[in-house]
Write a protein that binds this ligand. Structure first.
Ligand code: FE2
Length: 160
């Protein structure tokens, strides 16, 4: 599906669509993760999707608060999200890599959208988006820290 749809959409709804895809991806990873990292990842994905679900609800209600209509169907979310679904089985490390990439995409959108909200004196929306930004940045930091450690393990395993 072309992602050009995303251009004309209400910026809050565009963030909402991406968070919904992220939420469902996290649930899928929570179900599909396997191997020696199972317990660590299974719990971490639950923590991430639970916080994403809260952000989604706050954002959809914010869209209503400012007099617009939130997207609410999967068809719309898929149409307007920039991040892609994952329907292939991944290793736990690859799951983190995908999530860090998605976070980068959403963070980039947030950084473009927050100043727009401020320009329009929509400080409430800006504040909410900043909270989401903080949370995604922190998650990426944690995932990158884990990935760095696992990379070290690979190198040590190879005798590097
Ligand atoms: Fe569960």
């Amino acid at each position: 599906m072309t992602k050009n749809h995303s251009k004309g959409i209400d910026p809050l709804n565009r963030i909402l669509a991406n968070l919904q895809i992220r939420y469902q991806k996290l649930r899928g990873f929570h179900w599909k993760v396997s191997g020696s990292d199972f317990f660590e990842f299974h719990e971490k994905f639950e923590e991430f999707y639970t916080s994403t679900a809260k952000q989604i609800d706050l954002l959809a209600e914010r869209v209503l608060t400012v007099g617009r209509v939130p997207l609410s169907t999967f068809r719309e979310f898929l149409m307007f999200a920039v991040i892609e679904e994952n329907d292939i089985n991944l290793e736990s490390q690859e799951m983190f890599e995908v999530l860090v990439d998605d976070n980068d995409t959403i963070i980039h959108q947030l950084k473009k959208t927050i100043p727009l909200m401020r320009e329009n004196s929509d400080f409430g929306s800006a504040r909410l988006l900043e909270d989401i930004l903080l949370s995604l940045e922190k998650q990426s930091w944690m995932m990158n820290a884990w990935l760095a450690k696992s990379q070290e393990r690979v190198l040590v395993g190879r005798g590097a």
